[in-house]
Ligand binder design. Sequence first.
Ligand code: F6P
Length: 369
Amino acid sequence: MEKRRIGVLTGGGDCAGLNPAIKWVVKTALDDRLQRVRKVQHEAIGIRDGWKGLVEPESEGDPPVSRMFTLTEEMVRTWDRYGGTNLGTSRTNPYDPKKDRSKTVLENLERFKIDYLIAIGGEDTLGVANKLHREGVKVVGIPKTIDKDLSGTDYTLGFETALNVITEEIDRLRTTAGSHRRIFVVETMGRHAGWLALEGGESSGAYIILIPEYNFDVNRVNELLMEGHRKGTRYEIIVVAEGAKPAGGSEIIKENGVDSFGHKALGGIGEFLANQITESTKIETRSIILSHLQRGGAPCAYDRRMGRYFGIAAVDLIAKEDFGKMVSLRNGRITAVSLEEAVGKLNVVDVNTQYDIERYNGRRTILGY
Ligand code: F6P
């Protein structure tokens, strides 16, 4: 039987759902029955630390440790229960314009005899995968990001678990907010996409939701809060996306500089808004940044299931020799789209159909008037 090596890596920010996807890549690739039918014997190679594993296949240290290792079914048996990524991750960009190391990646794929590559990631990781595909690498992608901002798919691994975190944390905040009659501003992640704030706010029943796709007016926020206050509410929850900004203002950055993919570190809009509200309404307002809690914890049932389906489908694409594709969920079906389409443009909230610009919240008519 022909022998082929499948390398698998996870890149960019970690999240829940990565380990289930890796598990099902390995189990599908090594499945005896499928190997017989496909007439190929696969070996699964774990590549540690995202693209860094292919740029520097040995870690620093004495002695250096290989970033490549053989994955077995026994090894990954329990992985779907765990959050994060057991392969490790990094934000290494082999195509960093300041230091292009893409040739090294190609050399290492040859050196370690990796015939096929499965990249699990968001726009950055899959953007690299797309460029490698153009250079002839037999690569397929699996979408993951709590930001849910990849095109060509209705789901990205990690999103649903992150929504659960937002909802649970807001449930906790509600009791203390009510006891003290405080307003709480909860800042979510999401970069330039408002999905986490919008759907997290909807799941938790937030009074106001602010997203990057629609610049908010602080006076309108105060007006809405005073309206609620006059009706006798004891407290309010506002969910704000880290990339949201007031009209005429700009995004708030927590650190100067950019990472190797050119992203700024967003953060601080929640505190800014809480101060503005306290000043204008005189109602005590606190802010909290949920930050990396949204990426942590065990995958919820949906992420385990989607990790499974995406992992299996990625190996199917390899078996069909259908490279340069990303597995995806479309209208309830698992399918595949080109990596080009997936990373071509960000998938953001459509304000016209998915957001209420009067109430600063989710829409209140779904089927139309
Ligand atoms: O893209 C995922 C994400 O969690 C964004 O929502 C957030 O802005 C960013 O990563 C944070 O990255 P880091 O873990 O490098 O701080």
